[in-house]
Design a protein around this ligand. Structure first.
Ligand SMILES: Cc1cc2nc3c(=O)[nH]c(=O)nc-3n(C[C@H](O)[C@H](O)[C@H](O)COP(=O)(O)OP(=O)(O)OC[C@H]3O[C@@H](n4cnc5c(N)ncnc54)[C@H](O)[C@@H]3O)c2cc1C
Length: 297
């Protein structure tokens, strides 16, 4: 299969994050999203992973299915949390044997209901999982970057040093979502000052629901700018207006990132494709002209 680092080197990257479905309703929605996203020919599709037991196999199954279908290049998220080193070695070996070449190595957050000493996982930080993946197979390994700093970090300087340490071993990074491009370009400057120039794909989350974005921003330590909050609050009970503002803001953000030299854009789709397709169209990325949106035709 193809290594994503090689695809990114080939031109502006356009990628999407999807969740494995948790119930039959979500399964049907995912099928719809896959059928709408595939024609966009994303550079790659990343599949999230929950440390809690029940979602583990669903990530594996979706990644392997996408790999076998051969239309999109999948990247499997994997986390240290709630796993022993042996378990992680087993998961990585299975992916290697099934021809999955791309892994996003994360610390992960312990499952909310976890009470065992293993809740945090035997490997303490993402860098140890990057190293393990490189030992187990010839994987292309990506890592997470936090432009505004990781919410639990002891300070920005330390956070950047740890990021530089793991990116030195990994192949590229994907950022947490943010609304202010300055955070992204400052992150690149900080990595440059540490001698690193590996690709860092900015993560974009199109706002489609006000409450969801506040919750995600709180969890990830992302600041929602005051003027955006004000605009969203005014239309909070008008879903179409919220979506319109979300698409407008994400399109502007994407345009500034690409104009500033970002190697591509990574979309947190929340398993909803229409906003991402509209933004891709507006920016002229992906095979967006081939895609028909519901109601068009
Ligand atoms: C693109 C992306 C995708 C994600 N996908 C998922 C997913 O599928 N499933 C999921 O559960 N979570 C996911 N997350 C969330 C992620 O797991 C959390 O943000 C997590 O809290 C941090 O992960 P990390 O890999 O950046 O951790 P790390 O790199 O381990 O960093 C975590 C914290 O530890 C500090 N640190 C790092 N290395 C060291 C060290 N050697 N010594 C001391 N401190 C250190 C860092 O400064 C930081 O504060 C994703 C995040 C991003 C940005």
């Amino acid at each position: 299969m193809t290594k994503i680092s090689e695809l990114i080197a080939g031109g502006t990257s356009f990628s999407v994050e999807l969740w494995p479905p948790r119930n039959p309703g979500a399964e049907a929605r995912l099928e719809q999203v896959l059928s709408e996203i595939e024609p966009l020919r994303p550079t790659f599709t990343s599949i999230t992973y929950g440390a809690g037991g029940s979602t583990r196999e669903r990530t594996h199954d979706l990644v392997v299915r996408i790999a076998r279908e051969g239309v999109m290049t999948p990247m499997a998220h994997l986390v240290c949390a709630a796993h022993s080193k042996d378990e992680l070695t087993g998961i990585l070996s299975r992916y290697r044997d099934e021809g999955v070449d791309n892994i996003l190595a994360l610390m992960g957050d312990p499952p909310l209901d976890a009470t065992t000493p293993l809740a945090r996982g035997e490997l303490a930080h993402a860098i140890e999982l990057v190293e393990l993946a490189k030992e187990v197979g010839d994987f292309c390994v990506a890592v997470a970057a936090h432009p505004e700093g990781h919410p639990q970090s002891s300070g920005m300087e330390a956070d950047r040093n740890y990021l530089a340490e793991k990116l030195a071993v990994a192949d590229f990074a994907i950022t947490q979502f943010f609304f202010d491009v300055d955070y992204y370009f400052r992150l690149l400057d900080d990595l440059d000052a540490r001698g690193l120039d590996k690709p860092v794909l900015p993560g974009i989350m199109p706002v489609t629901r006000v409450r969801t974005v506040y919750k995600m921003a709180e969890l990830s330590g992302t600041q929602v700018p005051g003027d955006l909050m004000e605009r969203l609050e005014k239309v909070a009970d008008m879903p179409e207006e919220v979506r319109r503002i979300g698409i407008e803001v994400a399109t502007g953000l994407g345009a500034r990132l690409l104009a500033g030299g970002a190697p591509g854009l990574h979309f947190y789709t929340m398993n909803e494709s229409v906003a991402t397709i509209e933004i891709a169209r507006a920016l002229g990325i992906g095979a967006e002209r081939l895609v028909q949106l519901p109601g068009e035709g």
